[in-house]
Design a protein around this ligand. Structure first.
Ligand code: NAP
Length: 300
């Protein structure tokens, strides 16, 4: 079998288009422009790239983008004061604090200081609890993007056997909750899982979120399974020239694509969906804040 490629780049474009449509309607019918504030502390180069990209895409769908760039040595009190002001600003519907934070700042404290209804990352403990109890919440962007692609591919996920490899708070655990919410039979695997190849082999859906380049080979995959590769790993690529690198996922793409029914590539799979879902979450948050009907298909 040669897997169908799930094109995350194209899918993300359709999500952004839907978001842009809702933004235009909110402006026209309600006089409201959704606003997303991103807070960046310090000068981590990767974080700067992400923040720039988020700002650009926010503006492209017609929303207001607010960027707060703070020095690397900003005190916790000063950062909390910025977040407090954003929590109380009615023009801001979504707040994202770019992680990782410099070491002197308490990440949990900062995450939990964002108003839960504006927590478009879905990391606030209230949103984690709401998701875990099957209630309406803000859903973390990367797993939300994976869920959207799975729903689009399968229609119903009910009764399917899903294995999530990785148990991080930002990907693995919320992904498992979302799959459970869609009535999959869910296994969460991690570094202590015994006989991982056997565990993966029984899955109709495999979500790999490990951070180890090409760790999952094709012979772990059940014939016809759907493979969602969250991993983003940079490896040396001497074939491209000296000192060159390339991106690979946590799944060995060629061997997995030979047995899977469908697979997301890296790059161009899960990655582009993450920012698209951030924009989707901001529109959802804006509608909830204003007591308006939520757009369909943009949240879990
Ligand atoms: P993380 O916090 O480092 O978690 C990795 C998980 O993988 C842990 O639960 C760990 O198990 C498990 N693991 C490590 N080695 C393993 C092994 N040999 N066998 C089975 N499980 C193993 O990573 P993360 O933040 O979830 O990110 C995972 C990957 O997704 C990374 O490549 C990251 O760059 C990528 N990512 C992509 C996006 C996107 O937008 N596409 C967003 C977020 C993350 P233990 O808990 O037992 O240590």
């Amino acid at each position: 079998m040669t897997a169908q490629v799930i094109d995350g780049k194209a899918f993300a474009a359709t999500v952004r288009e839907k978001v842009a449509g809702h933004v235009a309607r909110l402006k026209e019918e309600n006089g409201i422009t959704p606003g997303l504030a991103v807070v960046l502390v310090g000068e981590d180069p990767a974080s700067q790239v992400y923040v720039r990209s988020k700002g650009k895409q926010t503006v492209e769908v017609g929303m207001n983008s607010y960027e707060h760039k703070l020095d690397a040595d900003t005190s916790e009190a000063d950062l909390l004061a910025v977040i407090d002001a954003l929590n109380n600003d009615p023009t801001v519907h979504g707040i994202l604090v770019q992680l990782p934070l410099p070491k002197h700042l308490d990440e949990d404290l900062v995450i939990n200081s964002v108003a839960p209804e504006k927590d478009v990352d879905g990391f606030h403990i209230s949103n984690v609890g709401l998701l875990g109890t099957g209630q309406k919440s803000m859903v973390p962007c990367t797993p939300l993007g994976c869920l959207m692609m799975l729903r689009d591919h399968h229609g119903s996920l009910s009764g399917l056997d899903a294995v999530v490899i990785g148990r991080s708070n930002i990907v693995g655990k919320p992904m498992a909750q979302l799959l459970l919410g869609d009535s999959c039979t869910v296994t969460i695997a991690h570094s202590r899982t015994k006989d991982l190849p056997e565990v993966v082999k029984r899955a109709d859906i495999v979500v790999a979120a490990v951070g180890r380049p090409e760790m999952v080979p094709g012979d772990w995959i059940k014939e016809g399974a759907t493979v969602i590769d969250v991993g983003i790993n940079r490896i040396d690529a001497p074939e491209k020239g000296e000192g060159k690198t390339r991106l690979v996922g946590d799944v060995h793409y060629e061997s997995a694509a030979a047995v899977a029914g469908a697979i997301t590539p890296v790059p161009g799979g899960v990655g582009p969906m993450t920012i698209a879902c951030l924009l989707a979450n901001t529109v959802t948050a804006c509608c909830r804040a204003n007591g308006l009907a939520e757009p369909e298909g943009l949240t879990a």
